[in-house]
Design a protein around this ligand. Structure first.
Ligand code: G3H
Length: 255
């Protein structure tokens, strides 16, 4: 049902750019809700794009999630440039270890033959621990690298799915329901209009840091994420959306 011709995908890409107001869109065939290989195809498209844009000495900040993990699984050496560094975009936000940004940054860097630095912070963080941590010299050093990252790779999740997966406290889940959160990215939860309704307290990249980034690459697919993608792009600073056919078709239907 979801395998379009290349020319149809190209048409879809043009429509999606207009609807979401994003400069670049790549759509891979299929529906990643149903088939795991589709996530890998998004991963391969992401690695190809990364190879095109990467500059020497680049720092790449990555978030967590199964989509990011799929990119790591298909990562290969990023030719011709050297000395690139992978870092997690933010501290842990309740994911299983294989889906954590630290694990993904390390795997990407090993496969890309780059370097990595990790960020060890527990979550959720109380205000006091937060203040103490951000004054620790070893944390300050990694945070500086993260803030200065040239390229950001991140996923988008459906708000309630993510809240559930991250074992979010009941009162916060209630708040997300009441305030009608639709999407989640970087530990921020957004409404349909792209307004932030909740933010997981952790260190690392903040939403406003994206403004100064040279490349922000968003990777998210599956028809179940259509609404989340639309919501995130209401406020997004992103240069590239890599998605799949099923999400693209659903976004078009919604528009
Ligand atoms: O922030 C968004 C999530 O990390 C997306 O997770 O790729 O497993 O759907 P996922």
């Amino acid at each position: 049902q979801y395998i379009a011709e290349i020319s149809e995908l190209n048409q879809l890409e043009i429509h999606l750019k207009e609807i979401l107001r994003v400069e670049n869109v790549i759509i891979v065939p299929g529906n990643s809700d149903e088939e795991d290989w589709v996530k890998q195809e998004m991963g391969k498209a992401c690695v190809r794009y990364l190879k095109k844009i990467i500059m020497p000495n680049a720092t790449i900040a990555v978030t967590g999630g199964t989509t990011m993990a799929s990119i790591a699984s298909v990562m290969s050496p990023l030719d011709k440039v050297d000395n690139y560094l992978f870092v997690p975009a933010r501290g842990g936000i309740g994911e299983k270890v294989e889906n954590q940004a630290n694990t993904i940054a390390a795997e990407m860097s090993l496969k890309a033959q780059g370097n990595y630095r990790l960020l060890y912070v527990p979550d959720p963080l109380s205000e006091t621990s937060y203040q103490n941590l951000i004054n620790e010299p070893s944390i300050i050093e990694v945070l500086q690298l993260i803030k200065n990252a040239d390229i950001v790779l991140h996923g988008i999740g459906d708000a309630l799915t993510m809240a559930e997966r991250r074992k979010t406290p009941e009162n916060i889940k209630q708040k997300l329901l009441e305030e009608k959160a639709v999407s989640e990215a970087f530990g921020y939860y957004f409404t349909q209009k792209g307004e932030v309704v909740h933010k997981v307290r952790t260190v690392g990249l903040q939403l406003e840091d994206l403004d100064s980034k040279e490349y922000v690459i968003t990777v998210a697919g599956g028809s179940s994420k259509a609404k989340a993608i639309e919501s995130y792009f209401k406020q997004a600073k992103s240069h590239m959306l890599i998605t799949d056919e099923a999400a693209a078709i659903q976004i078009l239907r919604d528009s």
